[in-house]
Design a protein around this ligand. Structure first.
Ligand SMILES: CCCCCCCCCCCCCC(=O)CC(=O)SCCNC(=O)CCNC(=O)[C@H](O)C(C)(C)COP(=O)(O)OP(=O)(O)OC[C@H]1O[C@@H](n2cnc3c(N)ncnc32)[C@H](O)[C@@H]1OP(=O)(O)O
Ligand SMILES: NC(=O)C1=CN([C@@H]2O[C@H](COP(=O)(O)OP(=O)(O)OC[C@H]3O[C@@H](n4cnc5c(N)ncnc54)[C@H](O)[C@@H]3O)[C@@H](O)[C@H]2O)C=CC1
Length: 682
């Protein structure tokens, strides 16, 4: 709703629709009612629109977009109706923005005559992240207010523009210091009686378009271009046509799922009943990191950037110096890319203390261990930390595969610890997902199936660039073999040898089975040839130089595969695109269902979020579990059974029972309800 009150000559519309004042039907109706009162009240000379609570207006209610098109289009009053009423008002309308003015919220501002904001406010058109365009005249009005290249950037990037930048472009008229409402009332008095015609954007001409023709290729850009080429009314009509097309498409559907999935994933809960809402995080002020390698230095940079002091501990001075240099270089790079100022970099470096003595961690609130992936080394360090650190300190481990219950949440991890870590993750700008301990955890466990199948496919007849191209066409940012070259083929080989050693097994180039599972020694062959990936200039591809970035398909690799298969008696054949996609994706998806079944994650959305951030799975496909739900679980299950029959020595093809049960449900079970099937008789 919209609360209406008067302060002297000024009517105040306070949008009151928690949590983020989205433009639901009752809010839109509130604007119509408020405008009618303000127009008919001769005492009122100006109107201020302000948001109650944490934000101004976060845009349309995204849940409305799931409604049938006819209902959506006929839902009155529409935002454009309200906008027109605001623009036509003979009394100046002033928007007073705090928090965020996004999407429809910014469009309302552009229909209003003046825009003020506090310094911390942000405005923007994030519609592209939902697979749509700003269709309440956003593409027609913004280019009438700001330079067209700025409008294109804001609309096509979806980024949030900070108030000082928005002021520079002319989107805002003023940044307000002090109390927003009081200052806005003062401002309102200063504009009462001034002519409104120059403030009505529909009457302004759009600025030159000449220098941005080459980038007009998406709907948003086409629509912005229309602002320059067509009349305001014709531009609006086209904007509406594009909107209708986009909102009914798969990408927008998947992106809207993604928006809510990310928020659902934040809502962790433990079997004890403790959850994000009822558990208070502890206060973390000081931090320590052990190990200044790839991960330790990266984590240190994230903590320093977020304003936490860090004590970095290494095993000797040489490694410590290297680590500090690495951190300095990452921060410097941030300065050269204008991600931070020189002053901020200096503050970060001042907050970094380096040591070779664990005892310096005695007073920190939180310690992150990031030493080599070696269980006895990690255990030895935690034993020492038990003595050194204060009792309230949180001890965290950064491991990629070791299944140690004490590492992640398990019997010994308190709800406060979980709450603190989830909160801490958000504060350092990361998205944290709560998972239970299991071999390889969620990301590596699922991705392992994907990578393993990709290698089997090479043995059976495909080439690395062919497999990569098919997965990149699907939407992955890099195919599995380019990823492997980037990470270094030696890393995975060493891990495999280490695991085999633990079982008293020696892996050779002739090994075809390991612990009852099909095994491919193809990467070991590359390892022995010194083809370690980008760093040696050769791996699954060749590169222009060691450390080069351009992956060039290499004829030599064909010979390596051919010899490998001949020696091991593996027959090669033509493999279809469908098979390549299915074997990589469905093997991982089947594992994902097992992960849900075992309660390692709480809900499928958690897995999808992990895949966007961990592996760059395209958000516009929703994530592997959403993709499966849209493909049809019956089809996925049938194909998993088919591959299980054909490849009986790969346990990742043993069909998940949850997948089987969901696939036989009389009606498709929505992804948000899958968990309920675990406890039902289905
Ligand atoms: C008006 C439609 C009527 C139909 C008429 C048909 C005519 C056709 C033309 C249609 C023209 C409409 C054009 C239009 O208006 C387009 C839009 O505005 S699309 C929406 C654009 N806005 C966004 O994408 C903003 C999304 N929100 C955010 O970025 C963040 O939430 C925000 C920065 C505002 C706050 O962040 P934070 O403090 O971290 O809070 P959370 O993100 O956790 O959010 C809290 C809570 O609120 C829910 N939520 C947030 N935004 C919306 C939203 N816009 N709609 C619905 N719900 C929203 C969020 O999911 C959280 O709730 P949970 O229960 O925790 O999930
Ligand atoms: N590299 C990656 O992409 C990822 C790695 N991980 C995990 O993070 C951990 C660290 O990995 P990386 O940073 O890649 O390893 P790394 O080899 O780059 O760094 C490890 C660092 O720990 C230091 N170290 C060893 N023993 C120590 C001790 N007793 N005291 C202090 N420092 C000591 C080493 O000198 C080295 O600098 C591993 O457990 C790894 O599995 C997790 C996710 C991803």
């Amino acid at each position: 709703m919209v609360d209406y009150r008067k302060e002297g000559l000024v009517a105040i519309f306070e949008v009151n629709n928690p949590p983020v004042n989205s433009l639901s039907k009752n809010v839109r109706q509130g604007f119509v009612d408020g405008l009618s009162k303000a127009t008919n009240d001769p005492e009122v000379k100006a109107v201020i629109i302000i948001g109650k609570g944490r934000t101004f207006i976060a845009g349309a209610n995204i849940k409305d977009f799931g409604k049938p098109m006819e209902e959506l289009m006929s839902s009155s009053p529409s935002l454009i109706d309200i906008g027109n009423m605001l623009e036509e008002s003979e009394k100046p309308i002033i928007c007073a923005i705090h928090g965020a003015g996004l999407g429809g919220g910014l469009e309302l501002c552009l229909f209003s005559h003046y825009r003020l904001a506090v310094k911390s406010a942000r405005v923007g058109f994030p519609e592209v992240n939902l697979g749509i365009l700003p269709a309440a005249a956003g593409t027609q009005r913004l280019p009438r207010l700001v330079d067209i290249t700025v409008a294109m950037d804001i609309i096509s990037s979806g980024r949030h523009v900070a108030a000082p930048e928005a002021l520079k472009y002319g989107i805002l008229d003023q940044i307000v210091e002090g109390d927003l409402l009081k200052e806005s009332i003062k401002f309102a008095h200063s504009v009462i009686g001034k002519p409104l015609e120059p403030r009505r954007l529909r009457n302004l001409a759009c600025k030159s378009i000449l220098y941005c023709i080459s980038v007009i290729h998406q709907f948003c850009l086409k629509s912005v271009r229309n602002a320059a080429d067509l009349s305001y009314e014709a531009g609006l009509m086209m904007e509406n046509t594009y909107f209708k097309y986009l909102i009914t498409g798969f990408q927008s559907f998947a992106l809207r799922y993604s928006f809510f999935a990310e928020r659902t994933a934040r809502k962790w809960q433990l079997p004890s009943g403790a959850n994000a809402a009822n558990t208070k995080p502890l206060n973390v002020q000081t931090t320590g990191i052990i190990g200044a390698g790839t991960m330790g230095t990266g984590i240190a940079v994230s903590l320093l950037r977020a304003g936490y002091p860090v004590i970095l501990v290494e095993q000797n001075q040489e490694f410590l110096d290297k680590g500090v240099d690495m951190i300095r270089n990452i921060l410097k790079d941030g300065v050269s890319r204008r991600l931070m100022t020189e002053d901020r970099m200096k503050q970060c470096l001042k907050a970094l203390k380096a040591s070779v003595d664990l005892k310096h961690l005695a007073n920190v609130d939180l310690v992150i261990e990031a030493v080599y992936e070696n269980i006895s080394l990690k255990q030895e360090i935690f034993k020492k930390l038990d003595y050194i650190c204060k009792p309230s300190a949180l001890l965290c481990s950064n491991t990629s595969s070791i299944d140690i219950d004490m590492n992640v949440y398990g019997k010994e991890t308190s709800a406060e610890t979980v709450a603190t870590i989830m909160d801490f993750g958000k504060k350092i700008g990361k998205v944290s997902i709560l998972v239970k301990s299991c071999h390889l955890f969620v990301a590596n466990r699922m991705h392992g199936c994907f990578q393993t199948e990709a290698k089997f496919i090479l043995e059976e007849g495909a080439l690395p660039d062919e497999v990569d191209r098919i997965l990149e066409d699907f939407g992955m940012p890099m195919g599995p073999f380019k990823v492997s070259d980037l990470a270094g083929i030696d890393i995975s080989c060493r891990i495999q040898h280490e695991v085999a050693k633990q079982h008293d097994i020696e892996l050779t180039l002739q090994t075809r089975f390991f612990r009852g599972e099909r095994y491919s020694s193809l990467s070991n062959r590359l390892y022995e040839l010194g083809r370690l990936g980008r760093k040696t200039g050769k791996g699954w591809y060749r590169y222009e130089k060691p450390g080069g970035k351009n992956a060039i398909p290499d004829n030599d690799i064909k010979d390596v595969i051919r010899i490998h298969c001949k020696e091991l008696g593996i027959e090669q054949r033509q493999i279809s695109t469908q098979e390549i996609l299915e074997r990589c994706l469905y093997s991982a998806i089947n594992e994902g269902f097992k992960i849900i079944e075992e309660g390692v994650v709480d809900k499928p959305e958690d897995i999808d979020v992990i895949w966007w951030y961990g592996f760059g799975f395209p958000r516009y496909m929703g994530g592997p579990m959403f993709y499966a739900s849209q493909t049809g679980l019956k089809k996925v299950y049938d194909r998993v059974c088919y591959y299980h029959k054909n490849f009986p020595y790969s346990s990742h093809w043993v069909p998940s029972d949850l997948l089987r049960r969901l696939s036989t449900a009389p009606n498709p079970v929505p992804i948000t309800q899958w968990k309920t099937v675990l406890h039902s008789k289905l």
